[in-house]
Design a binder for this molecule. Structure first.
Ligand SMILES: [Zn+2]
Length: 265
């Protein structure tokens, strides 16, 4: 009697395995297939890119899973999540600039952008991102406090024509890196790019990756970092000294991460 019951239990376990094994197997294969495709969940064309990369397995097609894979949002990086703040930075000079609260949609967009940045940005002293309505400088999408520890994001960062939040955020955080640099690092950058020989108030001799970089050494550095991350080949060919300096300082790991890459740790 007792033996018989054990036999029955084993038989039912076997049945459960037979029923569920194919499903588990295909589900994992499809997830691996999606990860290997390197299609970003944050890519607006995620679903169409995913469905055109078909992999049929006679009884199961991974393309049927595309909507699910593309709609799954990355878990926010806990470090960056803690740096999105309401209110006003401590000593924010332009009194005319008004604070706003972050909307959930804006927070999600900012978290997605921050999650793709290399970890170097997480290693500097930094207090947080604040949301304000409009800059006292017309059209300016973002500003950084003199301390280098607080960044303000304005409306135009989200809706300004030709502007994109990812580049704006990387640019402002690059200012934060520069403001956190030792005197030795600053001197080294200045010398390597030719700023040390520029007359006061005048730009170094070219080339520059964009006109905004001509303003001063700090602006030059932030703009070069922005291009290093988002258009590295352009920077390499146009301002090779800046490309080489950044590569030498931060290593080849200084690049954008795949979407949700930080979740794998
Ligand atoms: Zn700037």
């Amino acid at each position: 009697m007792k033996v018989q019951r054990i036999y029955d239990r084993n038989a039912s376990r076997l049945a459960i395995l037979i029923i569920f094994f194919p499903y588990i197997c295909f589900a994992d294969t499809c997830l691996d297939w999606f990860k290997e495709s390197k299609i970003s969940k944050n890519d607006k064309a995620c679903i169409s890119k995913c469905t055109t990369l078909q992999m049929d397995m006679s009884t199961f097609s991974c393309s049927q899973e595309c909507e699910k894979f593309c709609s799954t949002k990355c878990e926010p990086d806990s470090y960056w999540k803690s740096k999105i703040k309401d209110g006003r930075p401590e000593k924010w000079e332009p009194r005319v600039e008004k604070s706003l609260s972050w909307t959930n949609d804006e927070k999600e967009k900012l978290q997605a952008v921050l999650g793709q940045l290399p970890n170097v940005f997480k290693k500097i002293a930094f207090k947080g991102f604040y949301r304000m309505q409009r800059s006292s400088a017309i059209g300016n999408p973002g500003s950084i406090a003199e301390s280098g520890q607080e960044i303000v994001v304005y409306n135009s960062a989200f809706d300004g024509p030709g502007l994109s939040l990812d580049k704006i955020v990387a640019h402002e955080l690059a200012h934060a890196i520069f403001l956190n640099f030792s005197k030795r690092d600053i001197k080294d950058y200045e010398t390597s790019l030719g700023w040390s020989v520029a007359y006061k108030g005048r730009a170094r001799s070219g080339p520059f990756i964009s006109n905004g970089a001509r303003d001063n050494v700090d602006e030059d550095f932030a703009t070069n970092i922005e291009y290093f991350l988002f258009a590295p080949e352009g920077l390499k060919s146009k301002v090779p000294k800046a490309y080489d300096w950044i590569l030498n300082k931060f290593s080849k790991n200084f690049k954008l991460k795949e979407a949700c890459e930080y979740e794998k740790k």
